[in-house]
Structures are given as C-alpha cells and as structure tokens.
Ligand binder design. Structure first.
Ligand code: FMN
Length: 183
C-alpha cells in the first residue's frame, strides 16, 4: 500500500529574489524524501496589512488563500531573515492574519533564521517563536535553527557548501516529519 504523502508548506520571510532564506528552503526541498511534497508560499507580498476590521467572515482573497494553504499542509517550515532586530514586517503581517482563524493551532512548524551576519538572526528567531507559541503552533524538538554567515554556507545555486549546515537541515526535516507522522 502507498505511504501517505506528506505536504510541507515552505514560507520565506524574505521577498528578495535570490534570497538566502528562500534558498535555504530550496536546499531543504532537495534533501526531502520521495514521499514528501514541498509547496512554496508565494503570496506574502500580496497580503493586505492586517486590520481586524477586515478580518471578517469574508476576508480578502490573499488571506483566504494563505489560510487554505496552511490548512492543507501537514507541516510548515518558516525561514526568515532578521530586519532591525525583529521579524520582517511582511512575515509578521502574515502571522497576524492567522491569529483569529487558527490554522497554526497544533500544526508542526520548523523555524529557521538565516542571516548574512555571523551571529545575527537571534532576535528575529526569539520574536517569531513568541508569536508561534501565542498562535499555538507545535514546534517539535530540534526543529529550530539559526544559521549565521549564510552566504558562506549555501550559494546562489542552492548548493550547500558546509557539511554541518547540511546535517542540521537534514535533522530539522527529520524532526518535523517525525512529528507529523506521530501527530
Ligand atoms: C533593512 C535591513 C535590516 C537588517 N537588520 C538586520 C538585523 O537586525 N540583524 C541581522 O542579523 N541581520 C540584519 N540584516 C541583514 C539580513 O539579515 C541579511 O541581509 C539576510 O541575509 C537577508 O536575507 P535574504 O537573503 O533572505 O533576503 C538586515 C538587512 C536589511 C536590508
């Protein structure tokens, strides 16, 4: 009998073309096993600014789309840069849209922050963890990672240049998938 396929929604906190954070997600999708499907969320820049007054039974289409994609996913991987010691506004905006609708409740989520700075990204990491905790996401053990000096670890062709980073990414993926299987 066919094993159930596992659907992962990959969300990058960077809107940049050739973003190192988006490349981390591509690198992860290259490491996945064959029963796992990756879908890359591309709607971040189209979401309206969160406003509780338009968070009604009939929200804007990009919001409905985000909620649908989250609902369909067995697990989520977020990879984000840090801007000005915090989570990029576009990503925080997306998470704010999910507070009332609850798609993150009990959803297994892996969280990575990648920074060009050697020891950067920690504030964005701490901050997004607080938000995900508030919206009751399930962050499995060993499913979080901070990658500093990302430019030396994954290149623009999505080649992983550093063996430790490769092992860390494999471990994050395994931990997320295990938590989905035993969910
Ligand atoms: C406006 C701005 C603010 C930034 N602030 C921080 C910061 O507070 N901490 C940090 O580690 N990196 C900071 N960075 C560097 C980004 O984390 C780095 O450029 C990151 O690799 C960008 O990710 P991307 O390649 O996925 O777009 C900042 C970059 C920009 C453009």
């Amino acid at each position: 009998m066919d094993e159930k396929r596992i659907k992962i929604l990959a969300i990058s906190g960077s809107l940049r073309k050739n973003s190192s954070n988006t490349n981390v997600l591509y690198a992860l999708s290259n490491l996945k096993s064959k029963n796992t499907d990756f879908h890359f969320y591309e709607g971040l820049e189209h979401l309206p600014h969160f406003n509780p007054e338009i968070d009604t039974d009939n929200p804007p289409d990009p919001v409905t789309d985000l909620r649908k994609q989250l609902k369909l996913a067995d697990g989520v991987i977020i990879c984000t840069p840090e801007y000005a010691r915090g989570v990029p506004g576009a990503l925080k905006n997306a998470l704010d849209w999910i507070v009332s609708s609850g798609e993150f409740v009990n959803k297994p989520v892996a969280v990575i922050s990648a920074s060009s700075r050697s020891s950067g990204g920690d504030k964005a990491h701490e901050s997004i963890m607080l938000t995900l905790e508030m919206i009751e996401a399930k962050i499995p053990k060993e499913s979080t990672l901070q990658i500093g000096a990302i430019g030396t670890k994954i290149n623009s062709k999505v080649e992983i240049l550093d063996s430790t980073t490769k092992e860390q990414l494999k471990s994050i993926l395994n931990s997320l998938i295990s938590s989905i299987k035993f969910n």
